[in-house]
Design a protein around this ligand. Structure first.
Ligand SMILES: Cc1cc2nc3c(=O)[nH]c(=O)nc-3n(C[C@H](O)[C@H](O)[C@H](O)COP(=O)(O)O)c2cc1C
Length: 192
């Protein structure tokens, strides 16, 4: 079983990465393979509303000159997906929003092709807006028939400079429990 995590932060070794790693550690303890893909530095553009995905119905975005189709393939191969982002102006980063918009349309064009995969959001904020970023990610999961595990708090941690989120004890606990619950859910839905 596999979970692929996408980090929408431009800082590859920042707070969001460290929170995702905590979730992945718990998954790995339960024998679930994890892979972290950084969107940072990769070309990714927003949806151009061509709606060719509804004509092609080939589980791909017709804009084929950036990283999105590779991301879609990774999502299709995995049983679980983590979408992670720092909070930027009270929402996800532009990179994460581009990924969400394009994956959402391709999924709709292909009969909710991610149906019943397990999806989890991971967010970091300095002070405000994480709930909205968390909602943005969960809107993508929930409209696409993904199954979403909970934790002991909404899945975000607090920190500004690199490393600071590691001092947020409740955030750390939230990520650990999220990893445990995601593993539990994956085994029940996708376990043999
Ligand atoms: C352009 C920009 C916008 C930001 N907007 C917010 C915000 O609205 N609310 C907030 O709490 N933090 C905001 N932050 C702070 C980041 O969310 C915070 O530094 C976070 O830890 C970065 O995660 P990273 O280390 O994974 O990149 C912003 C940072 C940047 C660069």
């Amino acid at each position: 079983m596999k979970v692929v995590a996408f980090n929408g932060s431009p800082r590859k070794e920042g707070n969001t990465t460290s929170m995702v790693k905590l979730v992945c550690e718990e998954l790995e303890k339960e024998g679930i393979t994890t892979e972290l893909i950084q969107l940072s530095g990769k070309k990714i553009q927003g949806c151009i509303a061509c709606e060719k995905c509804f004509e092609n119905k080939n589980q791909r975005c017709s804009v084929d000159n950036d990283v999105v189709n590779e991301c879609i393939e990774k999502m299709l191969e995995a049983e679980g997906v983590i979408l992670a982002s720092p909070t930027y102006v009270t929402d996800v980063t532009a990179e994460m929003k581009a990924l969400i918009d394009r994956c959402c349309l391709v999924s709709k064009a292909n009969g909710d092709m991610f149906r019943r995969k397990v999806g989890a959001a991971v967010v970091v904020q300095r002070r405000g807006g994480a709930v909205r970023a968390f909602d943005t990610i969960n809107h993508f999961f929930l409209i696409g028939q993904w199954v979403v595990p909970g934790s002991s708090y909404w899945n975000f941690a607090v920190g500004r400079n690199i490393g600071e989120a590691q001092g947020d004890e409740e955030g750390l606990r939230t990520m650990k429990i999220l990893g445990e619950n995601m593993a539990w859910l994956l085994k029940r839905i996708h376990g043999k």
